[in-house]
Design a protein. Structure first.
Lengths: 212, 266
């Protein structure tokens, strides 16, 4: 298998043109699509997430890398095996009821998608009932909730309670985040984890599902 | 330019601790330093206290007002907390904020009409946040019309055109600026207000971005701003730009600030 270093570098830089060319080159030289994804694109996005969390990369650079990743996936898509695993797990994500802020939620969603999770974005103002309904329908591994207002944080607790009442709390991991949210609050409402930013959301999600 | 000092916000750890311990002298100190630096209103926000928010906000109102003789900008998305804190306020506060979100609008309208006050009209629609200039102007206009329809005075409304990060979409800065100009033009007498720090979320050198954005806001006719008045570079920018925009006769404010050591050239 040929070296994917140039591809990895192009994704980290967010150079869409070079990255898609490198993806095509890797295919042409006989790599299979799954390997290019696992050993190229996902490795690059892990690095991007880590660099973002440590302050070496900034939001626009992270978005650019995520976009680059998506374009590369388009090149690979026709070559994936039937049911080809581009998924580390299924994640339902949404901003809780009464809250219309979506910037942070979108960043998290984009980074998780870029890291191989299959994302189901329910948007903003998502009620506990809707989280429950979608959890039953999609059977995700993780339910991720965002809130930017202190007044809407209680909705996180209500959603967890609603999952309990529906008898499906044990089937999913619950992850929360947003400016006013804290580790302490996550413990208090018995969420499984708190993620302070988009980079660490990826790491924490992998931790929850025991993925290296 | 009306300056609202933003420092008394429990999302800052030192403030949260002071509120937790009911540390009167610390809070009074932060209030005084902002007043001395030129704030016209002192913002108080206890949002991180959740269930305790209303109680903490009331304590902040009383504590800050006994330290400085200034009116406050009472800052909460919770109508009940705003209503309780407002009852303890002497003079005419700025209530921050009402929006078009149905529940928030309905429950706050009776509050802001119950006693003389100013109100921040935050441009958030019933079920979405605006992104373009057009959407902002539409939501802002609707808020102004609904408030003035029930007799709320136009000149007591501060439209917040919603500042969103340029890191996520580079058009966000101009979206707010364009909307400020339009609202100021379409509703003579109304005020516009914004915070600065959202603009620089996700980017390095944030203070530089914030004060550059302030310069642009001033040029687009913003009339009030929520900021840290103890940030000397920021205040120096504000005073210099106001002067350059013919809002400082004989350059008096600028020179006074320089001679009293409040601003410097570095």
């Amino acid at each position: 298998m040929s070296d994917l270093k140039a591809l990895i570098e192009a994704v980290i830089k967010g150079d869409i043109k070079s990255a898609t060319v490198e993806t095509q080159k890797a295919l042409d030289s006989g790599n299979n699509a799954q390997d290019i994804l696992d050993k190229g694109l996902l490795v690059a996005m892990d690095e991007v997430g880590a660099m973002f969390s440590s302050g070496q990369l900034f939001v626009p650079q992270m978005l650019r890398s995520a976009k680059t990743m998506q374009e590369c996936i388009k090149v690979l898509e026709p070559f994936f095996q039937e049911g080809g695993a581009i998924s580390k797990g299924k994640v339902i994500i949404g901003t809780v009821k009464g809250d219309l802020h979506d910037i942070g939620k979108n960043l998290v969603s984009m980074m998780m998608e870029g890291s191989g999770f299959r994302m189901f974005d329910l948007g903003v103002d998502v009620s506990p009932e809707r989280f429950v309904q979608k959890t039953q329908e999609i059977e995700p591994d993780i339910v991720a909730m965002s809130a930017l207002l202190s007044t809407t944080m209680p909705s996180m607790r209500q959603t967890i309670e609603a999952l309990e009442q529906a008898g499906i709390r044990e089937k999913v991991k619950v992850m929360i985040g947003g400016a006013p949210v804290t580790e302490k609050y996550a413990r208090e409402i018995q969420a499984d984890c708190y993620a302070p930013d988009a980079g660490s959301a990826v790491t924490k999600a992998k931790g929850l599902l025991d993925i290296l | 330019m009306i300056i609202v000092g933003e420092k008394i916000n429990t999302s800052r750890r030192s403030i949260a601790e002071a509120v937790e311990n009911r540390d009167v002298s610390y809070i009074a100190g932060v209030a005084r330093e902002q007043a001395e630096a030129g704030a016209h209103y002192i913002d108080v926000n206890a949002g991180t206290f959740l269930e305790q928010e209303a109680k903490c906000l009331c304590w902040l109102v009383e504590t800050v007002q006994s330290a400085v003789g200034l009116p406050l900008c009472i800052d909460s998305p919770d109508p009940r907390a705003l209503s309780e804190a407002m009852k303890r306020h002497k003079g005419e506060p700025i209530i921050n904020s009402i929006s078009l979100e149905t529940k928030r609008f309905r429950s706050l309208l009776p509050v802001v009409t119950s006693q003389p006050c100013h109100v921040v009209a935050l441009c958030v629609a019933e079920t979405s946040m605006p992104t373009t200039v057009e959407e902002r102007v539409q939501v802002g206009s609707e808020l102004i019309n609904r408030l003035t329809d029930v007799g709320f005075p136009l000149e007591r409304i501060y439209v917040d055109l919603l500042v969103q990060p340029v890191s996520v979409d580079t058009r966000m800065g101009i979206a707010t600026l364009g909307a400020i100009a339009r609202i100021m033009n379409d509703f003579p007498g109304v005020n516009t207000i914004c915070g600065l720090s959202n603009i620089s979320f996700g980017l390095p050198a944030r203070r530089l971005i914030n004060r550059s954005f302030l310069t642009l806001c001033l040029a687009y006719n913003l009339s009030a701003v929520i900021l840290d008045p103890t940030d000397k570079q920021l205040m120096a920018t504000l005073l210099a730009v106001e002067m350059l925009l013919t809002r400082d006769d004989y350059c008096e404010n600028f020179i006074n600030a320089y001679q009293s050591g409040r601003i410097s050239d570095r």
